[in-house]
Write a protein that binds this ligand. Structure first.
Ligand SMILES: Nc1nc2c(ncn2[C@@H]2O[C@H](COP(=O)(O)OP(=O)(O)OP(=O)(O)O)[C@@H](O)[C@H]2O)c(=O)[nH]1
Length: 208
């Protein structure tokens, strides 16, 4: 059976429900967006990645629920040229910088501001990648954590080159945030509905 929910198609077989989560990866050039995507999809680090911008999918079962991750590994953009189309598509955003590249951290700050202007409540996880290159570190963990705290984002430092599990946690935390946001939206829509009904009844009484 196929049902429409919040303009999203959810596929149901018996009691099983598959939830879709559109995840957009953003960040400056060379920070490891493709490396993180490929790690998550294949568990591998292949070292060099082409320039093909594409959406990839992977289905996982989390807490008994099937989640279809649709991942848009976008080409790096200047802050300011972040297309609205990509942001409107996303249910959640992974903002990537390299811990060795301060400029890429500044780009994350700028992109975050831009995201907040057009999608105020979209969940975001900030990722400091290339954690294996400690000797070249240019951004401290505290700076990354503080930015995430101030902007209410998730935060991880990972190495796409070295570990799979750290990368897995990034995607899983984001999907948790996406599910929480949807649940909140649903319950606040419910409350709005109740308020409308109550005002309709009282409005009527006043008119009588
Ligand atoms: N040492 C190290 N190198 C990494 C890591 N992640 C990615 N790289 C390397 O960084 C370079 C850029 O990685 P990509 O995944 O292509 O970066 P990108 O952000 O997708 O780059 P663009 O698509 O050009 O914006 C490649 O040479 C990767 O091998 C990491 O965790 N550690």
């Amino acid at each position: 059976m196929v049902v429409e929910a919040n303009s999203r198609v959810e596929v149901m077989e018996g009691n099983q429900q598959q939830v879709e989560a559109n995840i957009l990866l953003l960040g400056a050039h060379d920070v490891g967006k493709s490396a993180l995507t490929v790690r998550f999809l294949t568990r591998r680090f292949i070292g060099e990645y082409g320039d093909i911008e594409s959406v990839y999918s992977r289905v996982d079962k989390i807490d008994g629920q099937e989640i279809c991750f649709n991942i848009w590994d976008s080409q790096s953009t200047q802050a300011g040229s972040l297309s609205d189309k990509r942001l409107q598509w996303a249910d959640g955003v992974i903002l990537v910088y390299s811990i060795c590249d301060r400029g890429s951290f500044d780009s994350v700050r700028q992109q975050l501001q831009q995201i907040r202007r057009s999608r105020k409540s979209v969940p975001v996880v900030i990722v400091g990648n290339k954690r294996d290159l400690q000797h070249h570190r240019g951004v401290s963990s505290e700076e990354g954590r503080l930015l995430a705290l101030l902007e209410r984002c998730g935060f991880f430092e990972v190495s796409a080159a070295e570990t799979y599990h750290g990368v897995l946690l990034v995607f899983y935390q984001l999907v948790d945030l996406v599910r929480e946001t949807r649940a909140l939206r649903k319950s606040s829509a419910g409350v709005r509905g109740i308020i409308r009904s109550v005002s309709a009844v009282f409005g009527k009484k006043r008119a009588e």
